[in-house]
Design a protein around this ligand. Structure first.
Ligand code: DLL
Length: 432
């Protein structure tokens, strides 16, 4: 099932023509309307007319999160505020947020890509969609909301949190499709179990989960515990929000809606473009954006692109799961560690719950990694000796994957703080 079959199955030649067209319009737009880009182009002695098409993109400069911060709040907008009908913001780790603005046409395009994403994940106009992403400045709630409405689905704008209410509505309103972060999906699953509700009593069929990294094992957990088909959805506020890329029923990477977002993979250090299949930093150019079009925006997300045809018939390239962010990566004793690597190891071990936290400290000059992970109810009441041997086994497996030693602490079920939005996996207590 497709939402927009013509575009989703478009030939590469036709897609490239659309991209070239939109890209050259975008270049003119930012050159004439955004002094930041005009200055950058002039420094490089480049004029929009010098660029023949999207194949010349690597001649152009990148945009970074710092550029957005330096131009806070509206410096990178390409339209007058009178044309902006919505603002969203993403909370930065420090200080002021990143602000993005949408024209009416931007909202229209955003609803389109979210509708495509929901349909790719098994939704339809007959679905009852419970949107448990936060509504507000965060793009998750409102982004998928308008996608679901565009589709004609019955949309429940419940927003995040209030788990008892989520469960009550899920039952009473016969929700068939769930949208939330993967960590909250698991939280909901546990809460259902606590209330003695089995997933078979619900009408849930599928869901769309994203906004944070998650693993294949976590997908299996969610699918098993909620008895649904779980699909990955990717996006970032700077480019539009959810719906930049989404998984189809093949679950073999997320299709990037390339008629709106032009992707590249670059080496995060040399910034040289990398070929399909290589792992590197994902870079986007938002070729249809009017409010805040960004040129070669460095997402910091690490992944690889694949252009082999997908069995679903969609021709848009696929991105692999995000394996981490280059700036979220923890460096422990010089070794790069991604929370997703640890999650993979933990979830392969049956006695563990998919709830964990990584605490990094510095003792003297040495970095120490502590992996705290919840064990199942049964195991927790087990003999200390068994817990110790389990912790040892985890330690060994982690050390063979990460090439560093770590401390493993098994904790009581439900003792790690839960999040209604993005899970906080890393607590870095080191002072730099
Ligand atoms: O998280 C938009 C979103 C909402 C996506 C709902 C999907 C669903 P931001 O708050 O700006 O926007 O955060 C963007 O979150 O650069 C990634 O690091 C991470 N991220 C988003 N989706 C995924 C995913 C929204 N499926 C940042 N897998 C991005 C891994 C993801 N990481």
């Amino acid at each position: 099932m497709y939402w927009n079959e013509r575009i989703e199955r478009i030939s590469r030649e036709e897609l490239t023509e659309i991209q070239n067209n939109r890209f050259s319009k975008m270049l003119r737009r930012i050159y004439h309307n955004v002094p930041f880009y005009r200055n950058k182009f002039q420094e490089l002695d480049i004029y929009p007319e010098d660029i023949r098409g999207i194949e010349d993109i690597s001649k152009l400069p990148f945009t970074t999160k710092q550029d957005l911060r330096d131009n806070y709040p509206y410096g990178l907008f390409a339209t007058d505020l009178s044309q902006i009908v919505r603002l969203h913001a993403s909370s930065g780790t420090t200080g002021k947020p990143i602000v993005v603005g949408y024209t009416r046409e931007d909202l229209n395009n955003w609803a389109e890509v979210c509708a495509r994403s929901i349909v790719a994940a098994g939704g339809s106009s007959n679905s009852v969609i419970q949107i448990a992403y936060g509504y507000g400045l965060f793009t998750g709630g409102l982004g998928l909301h308008y996608g679901a409405e565009r589709l004609g689905a019955s949309t429940i704008p419940i927003s995040s949190g209030n788990t008892d209410r989520q469960i009550m509505l899920m039952k009473d309103f016969h929700t068939t499709f769930l949208a939330c972060t993967p960590s909250y999906a698991l939280f909901l699953a546990d809460a259902l179990k606590d209330q003695g509700i089995s997933p078979e009593e619900l009408d849930l069929k599928s869901g769309i989960f994203g906004a944070e990294p998650w693993s294949e094992n976590m997908r299996k957990e969610i699918e098993k515990k909620l008895n649904i088909s779980a699909h990955n959805i990717y996006g970032l506020s700077e480019i539009c929000g959810p719906g930049v890329a989404s998984e189809c029923s093949c679950k073999n990477g997320m299709h990037i809606w390339e008629d709106h977002f032009y992707p590249e993979i670059v080496d995060p250090v040399s910034l040289e473009p990398l070929p399909y299949g290589s792992l590197g930093e994902l870079v986007f150019t938002s070729i249809t954006k009017e409010g805040i079009p960004l040129l070669r925006y460095r997402t910091r997300d690490l992944t690889a692109l694949h252009n082999e045809l997908c069995e679903c018939g969609r021709t848009h390239v696929r991105m692999e799961r995000v394996m981490g962010r280059s700036d979220d990566m923890i460096i422990i004793r010089g070794v790069n560690v991604f929370p997703s690597q640890i999650e993979d190891v933990l979830l392969q071990i049956g006695e563990l719950e998919p709830h964990y936290q990584l605490v990094v400290t510095r003792e003297g000059t040495l970095d120490c990694l502590e992996v705290q992970v919840e064990v199942t109810d049964n195991l927790f009441s087990d003999k200390i000796k068994n817990l110790e041997s389990l912790a040892n086994m985890i330690r060994q497996r982690l050390s063979s994957v990460l090439q560093i030693s770590s401390k493993v602490t098994l904790v009581e079920p439900r003792s790690i703080p839960r999040s209604e939005g993005k899970a906080k996996r890393v607590i870095d207590k080191r002072n730099y």
